[in-house]
Every structure is written in C-alpha cells, then in structure tokens.
Design a protein around this ligand. Sequence first.
Ligand code: A3P
Length: 300
Amino acid sequence: MEDTAPKRAPIIFDGMTLPPFKPLREDAEKRFREIRNLECRADDVILATYPKSGTHWIWEVVCMLIKGSTEYMKEVKEFLFLEAIPDLGAIESLRSPRPLNTHLPYRWMPKQHIENGGKIIHVIRNPKDVAVSMYYHYLTSGVFNKDFTFEKFLTNIFCGPACAMGSWYDYVREYERAAEQDQRGALFTVYYENMKKRPQEETKRLAKFLNIEASDKLIADIVEKCSFENMKVADKTIKDQSYMDKIIDVGEVARSSQPVMYRKGVIGDWKNHFTVALNEQFDKDFQEKMNNSNLHIQFE
Ligand code: A3P
C-alpha cells in the first residue's frame, strides 16, 4: 500500500485484508476454521455484513427486538463479533437466542448454522457510501497518512486486490446466490437505504423474520432509540468501550487514534467524494459486475 503508513503489517487471508482483532492477528486461518465449525443452536441469529454497511445499527435493532426492550446493550457489538471474541467457547454460556455478528463471506459461515436453517440477516449498503465510510474509518484509525486521498483509496484499495473482507461485489453476490438457493427462508436481506427511508416498516419486517411479536409502539421506540443521533450518544455513554482494548491488536502507536464509527450515517455522502471521472469509472465497473444481479442497490 503505497503512501500509507500501516502501524503493523496488514493481516491477509483468503484474498481479504482483515481487521486487527487478536484472534485474526494470531492465526487468521485457525479463527476462520473455528467459525466454520462453530457449534450452533437452532435459534442462533447471525448478522452478516460487509464492513461499513451499518452493522452496529442493525445489531442494536436485532438485540432490542430479541429482548423485547429498548434498553441498549451495554456491550459493544464486537462482544458478539465472531472474528474478535477471544475464546469462541465462551459463547456457550450465553442465553438463547444469541445475536452473533460477522463480516465473513458466506462460504465461511458456520456449517451447522446453515444445515440448521438458522437465521442469517445480510445487510447491504451501496458500495459508494461503503467506500467513503471505510476511507474515514481507516483515516481516523491512523492506517493512512492524512494526505492519502479518497481517490487513491478507491482505486488502489477499495477496488484493489485486497480490500477489507475482499471485494464488495464478491461479498454481496455470494450472499445473493445463497439467498436464491435458500429453500427455507433462512437468509434475510436488509438494505441500509431502506432502513433509513422506512425504518418502521423495515424494523417490522425484521421482527417478522425473527418470529417476534412486536407492537407498533415497541417498533417505534426501537426506531427512535436506534436513530443515528441516539446511537452516537449511547456509544459514548452506555457502551463498555474498554472491551475494545482487550480484543484489538493494532500496535502501540495506532491505539491513540480511534476509528470514527458514527460519522454521518446518511445516504449519498459519496457525492461529496467522487469526482465525475471517478464516478463514471465506478459506474462502468458496477454495471459489469452487477450485470445479472437482482439486488436493489440504491445510491440515493
Ligand atoms: P458513515 O461512515 O457513512 O457515517 P458499520 O457499523 O458496519 O461499521 O457501519 C458504520 C456506518 O453505519 C457509518 O457510516 C455509521 O455512521 C453508520 N451508522 C451507524 N449507526 C447508524 C444509524 N443508527 N443510522 C444510520 N447509520 C448508522
């Protein structure tokens, strides 16, 4: 990565650059295999997202639906992030249903969960906004020098050979294929943009998928509690952030810079970052790669 100043060597496995969680730093393949062979319960729920697609948001909504309460989880979502949990065996002591989450591609999802017809929620966000969000994530975590431009990031990294969790296209297409082949209605797709535009309706759909009876009042309260503004405050005031220090290994220098998780939370910020030429190139690539896809990607 030219012009970047990584504090530690990137972790690369199976064509993906991985986030710096200790189990991945120690032995990424081992953790991937542990996840693939995870002992699952029939009622486990796994949230599967490409990074920067709204994982924190939808995880909180799912947790509130499962609890039937609008109390925020004290734990950060990384507490149930399969790649980061220090000892995966520890999840055995958790109460069912367990709202797990992961950025792993479908081919690495727990085998048993798939055999069980266990529920998977796949969140998709348009790739232009994902790219912008990921750029700022890296920038604020000190992975890049401040003069590393968005254009360089988009061209060399996001559209390059080893983006975080591989290519956005491969990721969403793999889940799309799995959803098409899913006979049991176990794989549910949520679009970030729909959640922004129609949060009430989408939260209701999620509750239905989870077989949870939720009153209109509960749904409305969850929507309110999980608004961008409220979650941003809760992240600072409620969540046990000290947990992150225990699970991340970024080297001594980088620890002083924290990635910004709650940055803007909007649809269409890409318009402030893509030049006309970059956008044309991106659209061309998008048309080719999504040519025969039925996904409803919304850029605004
Ligand atoms: P931006 O960087 O565009 O603001 P993830 O949780 O997968 O890392 O995704 C992070 C992105 O989701 C960030 O996008 C963040 O602001 C946005 N986000 C988090 N909570 C949100 C909410 N309640 N509503 C809308 N967007 C939210």
